[in-house]
Design a protein around this ligand. Structure first.
Ligand SMILES: Cc1ncc(COP(=O)(O)O)c(C=O)c1O
Length: 425
């Protein structure tokens, strides 16, 4: 049987480890669940673990989480569509925003629903995805600050998601200084600087994230342990939370060199560029998983004797050399998915997803352990101070610089801020 196995203990380990790093920094974080596509058993496990702040870019997923984990802090991640604001306000406590027209609509809808909706103002710092330009920040905030049903929880940025640019201390210091400017100018506290995603974790571990950065939104590293900056897996994290098992439906010794006249008509991009000599033979297996189920080129076989050969919509093909493991029809091969493979596996309705241990047993196991208490970032008592999560017991900070060297970035950002002030005062 082809299926995706979700190891809850591995997820627990990664969440606990990342939580420790974030607490050491004196910050809070929100677990980005979008890769789960609302998978109920995994959400039940997150609930049992004490994850109380979750972010997703689909309203349906947030609704699914709310059914299992009532009272969790709900973040809507994607810039809200004007036509969809009502659903976003109904289902989330916080959203990330960069368009005044949308925020005005959020204010109107929140007022009609008798709610206050929290927003993070996203600032464009070079990834060229969402965000207002820093030069328009004062005017933007001046407008939003006056709205009755929108509370600005903080500012944020999305670094390293689209353009793939490695985040820098300079970019983070810009955020720190933008917040200082807003606080001084409007005499109003801004609770959060929500700087970003898994891409910041390597810098967090190196002690290079500036101290005032006090919120992270993390998905991929929780699920896959990925080190997005250096490649591979982040120290202490597990890369085995998700395993694809694919069943062999055909296995034969064949000629491996493609007989071709040079014209390519394949629907999907080739996954293997290896050239075989004319007449070279080897075992090939067909597996009951295809491009429709996942991004096949983003799968890594766990068995070193297995090499990806190609895939069409419903089958993938692997080379097995001389088949040293004696594999046969009905056996399964295991693969670790990268993020692009994982999201398609999770969203696909044809792929069975099995959590291990079974969720009832997992809940029983974790009920005997210390809860994680991955707490909400939105203040319930609305104190204007920066949140200060309890550091881990016995935490040793030796070797980590809590505040990054900010000399040159400060200079740049200050210059920009002065220009902003000049424009608006
Ligand atoms: C706005 C935003 N923040 C945070 C994340 C989390 O990114 P990652 O999965 O790399 O941790 C994403 C992506 O899913 C995102 O779109």
């Amino acid at each position: 049987m082809s299926r995706l196995i979700i190891d809850l203990e591995a997820l627990h380990h990664n969440i606990e480890t990342i939580d420790g790093w974030v607490r050491d920094h004196g910050a809070t974080w929100t677990l980005v669940t979008k890769a789960l596509s609302g998978h109920l058993d995994t959400i039940r496990a997150l609930q049992a673990l004490g994850v109380r702040s979750m972010a997703d870019s689909r309203v349906d997923n947030l609704r699914a989480i709310a059914r299992i984990s009532p009272g969790f802090e709900s973040w809507y991640l994607r810039p809200p569509r004007l036509t969809y604001v009502r659903s976003v306000v109904e289902v989330s406590d916080v959203s990330l925003n960069s368009e005044l027209q949308v925020i005005d609509e959020i204010d109107r809808v929140a007022g009609a629903l008798g709610k206050t909706h929290h927003i993070i103002i996203m600032i464009e710092l070079g990834d060229l995805r969402e965000g207002i330009l820093p030069g328009s920040l004062i005017g933007f905030y001046n407008h939003v600050f006056r709205l009755d049903h929108v509370e600005v929880l903080g500012i944020g940025a999305n670094l390293g998601c689209l353009a793939g640019i490695v985040p820098t201390v300079d970019q983070m210091m810009q955020l720190v200084l933008y917040r200082e400017l807003l606080q001084l100018k409007f005499n109003h506290s801004l609770r959060l600087i929500s700087a970003g995603s898994s891409a910041l974790l390597p810098m967090l571990l190196e002690g290079r994230v500036p101290g005032p950065i006090n919120h992270f939104r993390v998905g991929e590293a929780v699920f896959l342990g990925s080190d997005l900056i250096h490649g591979g897996t982040l120290q202490e994290l597990r890369d085995d939370a998700f395993t694809l098992e694919a069943e062999i439906v055909e296995i034969k010794e064949k000629s491996l060199a493609v007989q071709t006249d040079g014209s390519g008509i394949a629907t999907f991009e080739p996954v293997c560029k290896e050239e075989f000599a004319p007449g070279q033979r080897g075992f090939r297996a067909l597996l009951a998983v295809g491009q429709l189920d996942t991004d096949v080129k983003a799968l890594t076989p766990t068995n070193p004797n297995v090499q990806l050969a190609g895939a069409s919509s419903d089958v993938m093909v692997v080379n097995l050399g001389d088949n040293p493991d004696g594999l046969k029809v009905g056996d399964t091969l295991k693969f670790r998915p990268a993020y692009s493979a994982l999201v398609r596996l999770m969203v696909g309705k044809y792929m069975p997803k099995i959590v291990t241990p079974e969720v009832g047993e997992f809940k029983h196991l974790v009920s005997g352990r210390d809860p994680l208490e991955l707490s909400p970032a939105v203040p319930d008592s609305a104190g204007p101070t920066t949140p200060g999560p309890v550091p881990r017991k016995g935490t040793v900070r030796a070797g980590r610089t809590r505040h990054a060297d900010s000399r040159s970035p400060v200079g740049d950002a200050e210059r920009e801020l002065r220009e902003d002030q000049d424009e608006t005062t």
